[in-house]
Design a protein around this ligand. Sequence first.
Ligand code: ADP
Ligand code: MG
Length: 258
Amino acid sequence: MKDNIPTVSIQNVSMKYQSPEGEIEAIKNISLDVAQGEFISIVGPSGSGKSTLLNIIAGLIKPSAGKVLVNNKEVTGPTSMVGYMPQSDQLFEWRTIWQNIILGLEVQRKLNDENKAFVEKLIKDYGLYEFKDKYPSQLSGGMRQRAALIRTLAIKPEILLLDEAFSALDYQTRLIVSDEVKQIIQQENKTSLLVTHDLSEAISMADKVVILTKRPGTIKSAYNISLTCDSKTPLGCREAPEFREYFNQIWKELDVHV
Ligand code: ADP
Ligand code: MG
């Protein structure tokens, strides 16, 4: 095993965007290590650079300073090691669910029998099999999110980046889908970073919650989460006695009222 090497190592990363109105400093000097199999939630005010950070880890944008290592190798562009589920599900409306889900495999020329069987299993497990020939517009929000997740998992990434992945869903569906997603992530032993504005979701899903300051985003504090709960599902863990304490502490740090 790669004992002490974190799966993701964010090292002094800063990002300044150039815009017509001038320079926008989105994040400033962020450093964070994520261990193999660890689940980290990132919370922070709107505009604190959460999506920017995920884009940098995914290799979609290059930081103005600092670097990100994935398995000890500097990120210089997108790779199949990292699966990114962006804020909107980004399903293509003119492709069927099946065609959407296999898109990543197609692009990477990995659409072989083995991978097809893997995707088919995911579709069955997550209740979309009967819908595989439908178009995205024929599906509910929750189903679309699941399809987007399966598309992300199809390329077998080691690391999952989830940006407000459940925010388009109504509350009830969000609870169910986040439980399902957490279960899949645990089964497949993925390393995950979840950006969310839902503090309950952040605490109930993660091993650690990282709080960003308002723009430019820096790490304000981080909490290791340890919840006593029988069922290890996020929904069950919301009943844990420690849950409220974490919630109240982190809520105070979020400065949502200012
Ligand atoms: P969050 O996801 O936390 O809401 P973002 O990472 O989307 O924050 O954005 C952080 C800041 O950077 C915001 O002020 C946003 O307007 C700005 N920003 C994001 N992307 C760009 C871009 N491509 N060009 C200029 N400014 C940007
Ligand atoms: Mg965002």
